[in-house]
Ligand binder design. Structure first.
Ligand code: M6R
Length: 368
């Protein structure tokens, strides 16, 4: 049942190329035209959406943070992301032109369910992104995009996360197509990039041994930090969450720009810091990330740098370099998350923990 793996989690990590392919299947034509037939909100109403609020908990909320970067960029619709359990208590402003996107692997998370009930009571439209057919959250939503990752058994979400991000990208591109904020050929280009992701995730998985060796070296770590920028920032937080859940060690994800506003005080000799470097591009994101890595390294941090293959600028600042396939910055979370999942799974295994059933946690949190 675990396909020869020791844990469901590891099996599910290694299934991700197929899961991502399944999430994309049948949702665009060869020419990159998107078709999301489970979105039962008519196109007219979708054209009128003037605000999007994404709600979810834990890993699903991080998928929402990635979605914010992509959907705002492609559609120019303002997107907010909120933890589902905080959402209704702040008395959010909702109208019939607000689209609330509820992300939930299980579709049964009570906090998220309560958030969408609140949203619908205020006449907002609700679209669920869910992995479980017929679960409560999609049943109570106006529309649903199923992620088609197949059952996720391990408590730590892995293929659920990657496919949630894929669903969010598809939603963003669909809205862009509908509203004409991007030209067809630009959308088709992103769709082509998405279609390459399964093979690129496979490449990352083929390099698992490097990550496993690293876990062995870092077995005594008491604290691990993660840094990212832009879409890499939620990846950093997701990497940290995986370590907290599975290895029970203090881990934190920071936006690299925030370092000098406080967190850099945590840096001490030998402290492991994973750094997700954005692809080289026209903006300054990449270079600023590299200088942040320089700064922490000068203070003794042990830097584990995730950067795209061929990026020679990181060689001098990386104690360990994990090469990622070349993908556009908005899609980078799909490949950059994978080594962090492998690391947490392996470290927890070496520590002797139950990876599939970490202490104090349940797969689906059905109480508020
Ligand atoms: O089923 P959901 O996606 O609604 O679950 C949300 C969170 O409880 C979940 O992602 C949790 O954070 C995972 N254990 C993370 O690995």
């Amino acid at each position: 049942e675990k396909d020869g793996h020791d844990w469901f989690m590891r099996k599910e990590i290694f299934e991700q190329p197929e899961s991502v392919a399944a999430a994309l299947l049948g949702r665009h034509t060869e020419r990159g035209q998107l078709m999301l037939d489970e979105v039962r909100i008519d196109d007219e109403a979708l054209r009128d959406i003037d605000r999007i609020i994404v709600v979810g908990c834990g890993t699903a909320a991080y998928a929402g943070q990635v979605a914010k970067y992509a959907i705002e960029h492609w559609t120019r619709i303002p997107v907010e992301v909120e933890l589902a359990h905080e959402f209704r208590y702040r008395d959010p402003i909702l109208t019939r032109n607000t689209l609330v996107v509820a992300i939930s692997q299980s579709g049964e998370t009570a906090d998220t369910l309560m958030a969408i009930r609140h949203a619908r009571a205020q006449r907002a439209k609700v679209l669920a992104i869910c992995n479980t057919n017929g679960a409560t959250i999609p049943r109570e939503s106006d529309a649903v995009i199923y992620t088609h990752a197949g059952p996720e058994i391990g408590v730590a979400s892995t293929k659920g996360f990657l496919t949630q991000m894929v669903a969010c990208y598809l939603l963003g591109l669909y809205l862009a197509q509908l509203r004409g904020t991007k030209f067809g050929d630009e959308i088709a280009a992103v769709v082509r990039d998405l279609d390459r992701i399964p093979a690129q995730v496979q490449q990352v998985l083929d390099g698992a041994q490097q990550v496993y060796d690293l876990a062995q070296e870092l077995l005594d770590a008491k604290v691990v930090l993660f840094l990212g920028r832009h879409a890499g920032y939620p990846v950093a937080m997701e990497g940290a969450l995986k370590l907290k859940e599975l290895a029970y060690i203090h881990a934190e994800g920071f936006a690299a720009g925030e370092l000098k506003h406080g967190p850099i005080a945590l840096i001490e000799p030998g402290l492991p810091v994973f750094c997700v470097v954005p692809p080289r591009g026209r903006d300054q994101l990449h270079d600023k990330m590299v200088s942040a890595i320089q700064e922490i390294r000068a203070r003794g941090a042990r830097t584990i740098v995730l950067a795209e293959a061929g990026d020679t600028t990181v060689a001098d600042v990386a104690d360990e370099l994990i090469e990622l396939p070349q993908v556009p910055v908005l899609l980078q979370p799909l490949v950059a998350t994978v080594p962090l999942q492998l690391f947490a799974c392996e470290l927890a295994t070496l520590m002797g923990h139950d990876v599939d059933q970490p202490r104090n946690l349940a797969k689906s949190v059905t109480v508020e």
